[in-house]
Design a protein. Structure first.
Length: 277
């Protein structure tokens, strides 16, 4: 039996593609996780999947993503550009956004310095973004999952402890999910994608996304970021990022119930690494 999220997403992508006279005869599914990515010739349709579970008002995050990416494209920032009519377009009750297909090397491994400097370039462009970002940020969003999806009560306690450990900081527009998996190696250089988690917060959050990513050079990339926070300042944000990832596993398990044991195992590992309070 096929994944109903993917089936519905492909149908929605094809419907939107037909509106813009895109080649829809042979849609190519590129990804099926948080979002379903469907290539239609030179355009990629992006349709929410697991994010539908995470965000009842998912269209708001897509509107933010399109606005931010369009702004960054105009500033020649290192991003993958949206289509000239990016959306979100509604089809079969699903929001669909359209992006330029960008060839890249999926096997390329960026050096820590490349990651750090491309992120710094992105942050410099983001500083000029004129609009307010009404995004909730990781703490608020994770709490909403615990309450709305009836996740383990322990997660609420862990989130409270993580919040208490955070220093007071000023906010600025961030990528929001700045791990190397969202950085493409293109012929034009590194290009960032996936701004649906953007919010106003400290640079330390984006750097924590690097450190907590499941690849070996995240800490080195954070260390190479120009004028970034020291490891002690970064530590509570890394801890929050790790906890956010644990919460996300439980969200994924609502779509794929067979992954619930893995989510509980992730929570136990997080608690064991923290040690007794």
């Amino acid at each position: 039996m096929g994944d109903p999220f993917v089936t519905a997403a492909v149908a929605a992508a094809v419907e939107v593609g037909n509106r813009f006279h895109l080649p829809t005869e042979f849609p190519e599914v590129l990804a099926t996780r948080s979002n379903v990515l469907v290539r239609l010739g030179a355009i990629v349709a992006r349709v929410p999947a697991t994010t539908l579970v995470a965000r009842p008002e998912v269209q708001r995050s897509l509107v933010r993503e399109v606005a931010l990416s369009s702004f960054l494209q105009r500033r020649d920032a290192p991003v993958v550009p949206p289509f000239e009519s990016p959306g979100p377009h509604l089809a079969r009750d699903l929001p669909v956004t359209l992006w330029r297909f960008t060839r890249h090397d999926p096997d390329h491994v960026f050096s820590p310095a490349e990651v750090a400097w491309s992120l710094a370039e992105l942050h410099a462009a983001l500083r000029e973004f004129p609009d307010e970002l009404d995004a909730p940020g990781p703490l608020v969003e994770a709490r909403s999952w615990v309450e709305r999806l009836a996740l383990p009560a322990e997660l609420a306690d862990e989130l409270a402890a993580a919040e208490a450990a955070l220093p007071a900081t000023s906010g600025r527009p961030l990528h929001g999910d700045a791990h190397p998996g969202n950085l493409l190696a293109t012929a034009s250089g590194p290009r960032w994608i996936d701004f649906e988690d953007t919010w106003r917060g400290p640079v330390a959050w984006d750097l924590a996304c690097l450190v907590a990513a499941p690849q070996p050079d995240g800490r080195a990339a954070a260390d190479a970021y120009p004028h970034g926070p020291d490891p002690d300042e970064l530590a509570p944000w890394v801890r929050l990022r790790e906890l956010f990832a644990v919460c996300w596993r439980f969200v994924v398990a609502r779509r794929f119930p067979g992954r619930l044991p893995d989510a509980h195992a992730g929570l136990r590992r997080f608690q064991a690494a923290r040690g007794p309070r």
